[in-house]
Design a protein around this ligand. Structure first.
Ligand code: PMP
Length: 298
């Protein structure tokens, strides 16, 4: 399959307040965001032409920036409007949205108090690749070589670009050994999350998920917790030890890109995706396509 690089496509990107031709949406090599990781981003999905939980994503973007000590010079409402504008321009009905904010080039040292803050929003086509049946096969995860850092080691509540360094290394290690993803422990050795998705265990009909105190409290995670509760399934958020995987019948991941993805294996533990995975895949699919979201979010 030919890969079309992300810097060589048709269309427009919202860049610092204007729609610019896709190939012209560039940064200089001397950019603080590139050298020092002063960069935050979001990942959003467009279903049937509208962004699922857009305002929650825009709010998280603003909060992520604040945690890195900078303020995006557009309000959450303005970011929402800019996102809708660029989605509308593309005309895509099923797509991925990538807002990114970063410190510019005015100062090129650790200190960058006066750097201009930039914001760009790009949208590209992203159809649903896997049918619910294909998803039920379950993906295979390896244990990640890195752990999620402690909240006093890194700004762990921020969706900061720098925090993805250990995710990319871990995911590459997994792929090189024939796995699809890696499962990361946290700094205490407790279960944390995959490299881009949150983790859930089903133990005797109850859902258990790690407390998000040192990793992203995913928007999909919160959605799925609500959906499970609506079904009358009990959901317990708590610290979970890796050996507890032995008592889980089903395991799944959640994320904007992953949606609800059943897991068939983590290291030596194997699972059989079953009724809970199936139900939540269906419920999530219905939720993202529900007109209610368009009404409440826009
Ligand atoms: N953890 C990490 C590291 C992620 O990159 C993501 C994807 N944004 C998630 C969890 C899930 O978050 P969300 O459901 O908000 O997409």
């Amino acid at each position: 399959m030919a890969i079309i690089p992300f810097d060589d496509r048709d269309g427009v990107i919202w860049y610092d307040g204007a729609l610019v031709p896709w190939r012209e949406a560039k940064v200089h090599v001397l950019t603080h965001g590139l050298h020092y990781g002063s960069c935050v981003f979001e990942g959003e999905r467009v279903y049937n032409g509208s962004v699922f939980k857009l305002t929650e994503h825009s709010e998280r973007l603003a909060k992520s920036a604040e945690l890195l000590g900078f303020q995006i010079p557009w309000s959450v409402a303005e970011i929402d409007a800019a996102t809708r504008l660029v989605v509308e321009q593309t005309g895509l009905k099923d797509a991925y949205v990538r807002p990114v904010a970063w410190r510019g080039s005015e100062m090129m040292g650790v200190s960058a108090q006066h750097n201009r803050i930039h914001l760009a929003i790009a949208v590209w086509e992203w159809p649903s690749y896997f049918s619910p049946e294909a998803k039920m096969a379950g993906i295979r995860l390896m244990w990640a070589p890195y752990r999620r850092p402690a909240p006093d080691t890194a700004p762990t509540a921020s969706k900061a670009a720098g925090l993805y360094m250990i995710c990319t290394i871990s995911k590459h290690a997994a792929e090189q050994q024939g796995y699809q993803d890696a499962l990361m422990l946290d700094y205490r050795g407790l279960l944390a999350e995959a490299t881009g998705a949150n983790l859930f265990l089903v133990i005797d009909g109850t859902i258990h998920t790690p407390t998000p105190d040192c990793f992203l409290d995913g928007i999909t995670r919160r959605t799925v917790i609500d959906l499970a509760k609506k079904r009358g399934i009990q959901v317990i958020e708590r610290p979970i030890k890796p050996e507890e995987l032995a008592s889980a019948q089903e395991v799944f991941l959640t994320g904007t890109a992953a949606e609800v993805t059943p897991v068939g294996q983590i290291g030596d533990h194997t699972f059989t995706p079953g009724r809970v995975c199936e139900a939540l895949i269906k419920d999530y699919d219905a939720a993202v396509r529900s007109p209610v979201w368009a009404g409440t979010e826009e």
